[in-house]
Design a protein around this ligand. Structure first.
Ligand code: ZN
Length: 562
């Protein structure tokens, strides 16, 4: 660890200056104490569940958590709030999500289930009016098969509503796009434009493009849509984080971002505009990755934005048969999936990151990818002496049983997404077969082997709602209560274990367990108030719990409207 300490020296200087700045800020502002009383509070202390009835904090830090029946001594000038008996939990942490992609998905007009072409146009128009700053109107979800016309729409209907603004609306399956004339004009598309290989421009009787582009022809429009400016990206991130706050998330580990995205977060943190905490992973390899590693780890003065880890992708996903398996896919003989990098490149990324003092988080889904990453980690962790960096495997979805104890042996965290199990269950069995499925989504086997599981959702692949994840962890059922008794029920977590994985264990996985993840004096005031008691409502109802308020750093960032 000696070598490592020397390397973080610039970071210590950063910390010191951050400390001075925050002290000045506090000296200038009057400290504010808040007491929220009459709550049904739960927090986890070590492995134990603790209950409390009131919480008191000054500015961003918890002063006191009052246990049941304990006398509450309120300091003068305290702002007192009645919690009305609602359930309070520590703020939930998603250890693996994609904040910008989720934000972009929120910046699209939602055309799913629009009943006609005219309705789809109207929906896009309403969306454009609500978002006056956008320069391109984007949307997704239309499906002409659901319309009475049962015909592809055309640019003409869009042109009436949008004569001057380019519009680009994707079909529900993503395999076709619908453009208006302005978009086609900007792309230089006319009757002479040829359809590219693997794509088709739909034309009218006179050979003019109608506005519908199929598969590879969609790139003709996609390629001319300007990249977001930094201000637009910041607005998208802010929208995304505000939505995540409304679901009860107070911190997210952003699973692989580039330098621009890092700069946007730093700017938002400097402007004090972060609704929730972001613990970011730098995507490797991406532009300037070596320079960013050399700059060292980064923490904003209020810990709302941290960068101390990298994300590397070892293989693809199970659904598309891209996950790298040791033996053939059960439903596709001769096919084992794909590793995305040569072993030497992986070793280079991992070794460089570890030596720079960064935690390494590698996406591995198939058993071959997991075995390979465990092999590399085992050697590199010893060589770089970075066991304390708590390196992670993202997903750890399909494991050989012999590989499970290797997580604990090498202090490796399994960063897993419970809703993947309940979404994938039928597909996973056909891809893997009866034997390999024993080591798939194997939470109980990992927990029994002493492994820390950090929970997440992988939004926007799955919904970011953490209550869906808590529900899936506890029941191993989907929201229709299927299958009965749960899918491979031996792998279920208890409610306490599931909550741990979304709070203190996720905080530990982000090196933040001394800051967030539980509620006790000295910790940051990150918590949520809920409609229902997480520990007593029926298991099948866990996913329906509604967040009433979300607080981050002692500040209310979400209030449910009644
Ligand atoms: Zn992901």
């Amino acid at each position: 660890m000696k070598k490592f300490t020397r390397k973080v020296h610039p970071f210590l200087i950063g910390l010191l200056s951050a400390f001075l700045i925050s002290n000045q800020a506090i000296a200038q502002s009057v400290s504010k104490t808040t007491l929220i009383k009459n709550v049904n509070g739960y927090t986890i202390d070590g492995t134990e569940l603790k209950r409390f009835s009131a919480i008191q904090f000054t500015n961003d830090t918890i002063d006191q958590v009052y246990t049941l029946n304990q006398m509450v001594n309120v300091p003068k000038n305290t702002n007192i709030i009645d919690g009305q008996g609602q359930t309070m939990l520590p703020g939930l942490i998603d250890a693996h999500g994609h904040v910008l992609s989720y934000g972009l998905s929120l910046m699209r007009a939602d055309l799913v289930n629009t009943p006609s072409e005219a309705d789809a146009v109207q929906t896009a128009l309403t969306y454009a009016k609500e978002n006056p700053s956008i320069t391109w109107v984007r949307g997704r979800g239309w499906n002409q098969v659901q319309w009475k016309s049962n015909k592809y729409p055309t640019a003409k209907s869009l042109d009436i509503a949008f004569p001057d603004t380019p519009v680009w609306l994707n079909r529900v399956d993503g395999h076709a796009g619908w453009a208006n004339s302005k978009a086609m004009q900007l792309a230089g598309i006319d009757q002479n434009t040829q359809s590219p290989a693997g794509g088709e421009i739909i034309r009218d009787e006179s050979g003019y493009p109608t506005g519908i582009f199929i598969d590879n022809a969609m790139t003709l429009i996609d390629n001319i849509i300007p990249e977001q400016t930094m201000e637009q990206q910041k607005a998208t991130l802010h929208k995304s984080m505000s939505s995540l706050a409304s679901l009860g998330l107070t911190s997210v580990h952003d699973a692989g971002i580039d330098w621009k995205n890092i700069d946007s977060f730093k700017a938002l943190a400097n402007e004090k505009k972060m609704p929730i905490r972001i613990n970011a992973m730098l995507y490797l390899p991406s532009e300037k990755w070596q320079e960013i590693l050399k700059e060292g780890i980064y923490n904003s003065s209020d810990d709302m934005f941290n960068l101390n880890s990298v994300k590397i992708q070892a293989d693809g996903a199970l659904g598309s048969r891209g996950a790298a398996l040791i033996n053939d896919y059960s439903d596709h003989s001769g096919h084992k999936g794909l590793l995305l990098h040569e072993k030497e490149s992986l070793v280079n990324y991992i070794n460089t990151s570890m030596n720079a003092g960064f935690q390494v988080n590698t996406h591995a889904i198939g058993d071959n990818a997991n075995k390979l990453i465990l092999d590399i980690y085992q050697v590199q962790i010893k060589q770089t002496k970075t066991s304390d960096l708590r390196h992670r495997i993202e997903h750890a979805q399909v494991l050989r049983l012999v590989d499970i104890p290797r997580f604990k042996e090498n202090n490796i965290i399994a960063s897993m997404q419970a809703t993947h199990a309940t979404s994938d269950k039928n597909m996973a069995l056909s891809r893997l077969g009866d034997e390999r499925i024993q080591g798939a989504y194997a939470w109980r086997k990992l927990l029994n082997a002493g492994v820390t599981i950090a929970a997440g959702s992988d939004f926007p692949v799955e919904s970011p709602n953490p209550f869906y994840g808590l529900h899936a962890s506890v029941t191993r059922q989907d929201k229709q209560d299927s299958p009965k008794g749960g899918w491979h029920p031996v792998e279920k977590m208890t409610r306490l274990e599931a909550l741990r994985s979304f709070t203190i264990d996720a905080a530990y996985a982000g090196h933040q367990e001394k800051l967030i993840g539980s509620l006790s004096p000295g910790m940051r005031a990150d918590f949520i108030l809920l409609a229902d008691d997480y520990f007593t409502i029926a298991e099948t109802q866990l996913w329906k719990n509604q967040v009433q308020q979300t607080w981050v750093n002692g500040r209310k960032v979400f209030q449910k409207k009644h």
